[in-house]
Design a protein around this ligand. Structure first.
Ligand SMILES: NC(=O)c1ccc[n+]([C@@H]2O[C@H](COP(=O)([O-])OP(=O)(O)OC[C@H]3O[C@@H](n4cnc5c(N)ncnc54)[C@H](OP(=O)(O)O)[C@@H]3O)[C@@H](O)[C@H]2O)c1
Length: 332
């Protein structure tokens, strides 16, 4: 009998995109990959929410498509990777779930260049607790360090702090010795953010008010996961020669700001793209995540959900109601 495996498949009909669970065979997998992975876990990122909820933001570029921008699993066929069957790997980005079939499947065929051996000290499940969100948080920290941020420069603001990228950024920065200010719209999450290491809380509403282009300098740097007016107001309050790692748009893609803080205070905006990153930089970021993300905090901010819960969770993350990270157990 032909072996089947479950996948969440997005199909487009008359311009409408809908996702449903299907039982596929190996022949259904796209033929343009040379490696086969038995997927153990995937995860839920904001972008996955957009894809599952009618392909908002046109995350998926062709159909049928398996969404899911992250996966972790065991190598069945290593292709040209030089790995062995049975090796554990993590894959994030590279167009997974966008231009190539992604992680919401119990089996995946993909380009073997994308396989990153699981970093020492991180299990398959924890690699997905980190996922693109945690990887992006680490890339943001690395970008800020490259332009000279260090704990002695002062407080660092993290926006969207109760979300996935934000929570991991708070925990890593605090663990590195930074004084972290966590901006959140959720009053019920102040204690949680304190446990992750935030030293102070900034009410999201305060950053949503219309403000001047340059205000009292408050933060040495920032990790911004939300964009729009919150980013504009953050820019206006960054200290001279400080920087913001700009990685998200949960509040919107617009930027109602002026160039004044950039010119008069030398503030830098550092764009972060976690999708297309060299394997060298990926390995560095994952090694640092293994060392610098406290694993007990990672576990405390992670829920594990069965595959069947995924469609419902997509709406929850877009509504800003998911806290921290959600691992998807595709075999449960
Ligand atoms: N650049 C990259 O490569 C990259 C990689 C990963 C993610 N991202 C982007 O980063 C963002 C965060 O991703 P995520 O997976 O961490 O999502 P998430 O878990 O949903 O976190 C987003 C957080 O933003 C805040 N938020 C939500 N809606 C908001 C609104 N309307 N106004 C202001 N704040 C709002 C909420 O935090 P509070 O409840 O604490 O206020 C929410 O928890 C997304 O835009 C995502 O697309 C980019």
């Amino acid at each position: 009998m032909t072996e089947t495996f479950r996948a969440l498949v997005a199909r487009e009909t008359d311009g409408e995109v809908a996702c449903g669970f299907e039982d596929l065979t190996a022949e259904d997998l796209p033929g343009n990959g040379d490696a086969v992975i038995s997927v153990a876990y995937s995860t839920l990122n904001y972008k996955d929410g957009l894809a599952i909820e009618g392909n908002r933001g046109k995350v998926m570029r062709s159909f049928p498509m398996v969404p899911g921008i992250d996966l972790a699993g065991v190598v069945e066929d290593p292709g040209n990777s030089g790995l062995d069957p049975g090796d554990e790997v993590v894959v994030t980005g590279w167009g997974l779930g966008e231009t190539a079939w992604g992680g919401y499947s119990r089996k995946a065929r993909l380009n073997s260049d994308w396989l990153l051996p699981l970093p020492e000290g991180i299990s398959l499940k924890r690699s997905m607790a980190i996922g693109t969100a945690g990887f992006t948080a680490m890339l943001s920290v690395m970008a800020l360090e490259r332009i000279g941020l260090e704990p002695s420069r002062g407080e660092v603001l993290v926006t969207g702090a109760a979300g996935g990228v934000g929570g991991i950024a708070v925990a890593i920065l605090a663990n590195l010795g930074y004084a972290v200010a966590a901006a959140t719209g959720r009053a019920g999450q102040h204690d949680y953010l304190g446990r992750l290491g935030a030293r102070s809380i900034v009410e999201r509403a305060e950053l949503e008010e219309e403000g001047g282009p340059m205000r009292k300098a408050r933060w040495a740097g920032g990790v911004d996961t939300v964009g729009s007016r919150i980013l504009a107001n953050t820019m206006a309050q960054i200290a001279p020669n400080g920087a913001i790692a700009v990685c998200g748009l949960a509040a919107g893609p617009d930027l109602p700001a002026t160039v004044i803080p950039l010119i008069l205070r030398g503030v830098s905006l550092l764009g972060i793209n976690s999708v297309y990153v060299s394997n060298e930089e990926r390995a560095t970021a994952w090694e640092r995540l293994a060392r610098e993300m406290p694993m007990d905090l990672l576990d405390s901010m992670t829920e594990v959900a069965p595959f069947a819960d995924l469609p419902g969770l997509a709406g929850e993350i877009l509504a800003g109601r998911v806290r921290g990270r959600t691992v998807i157990d595709v075999n449960a």
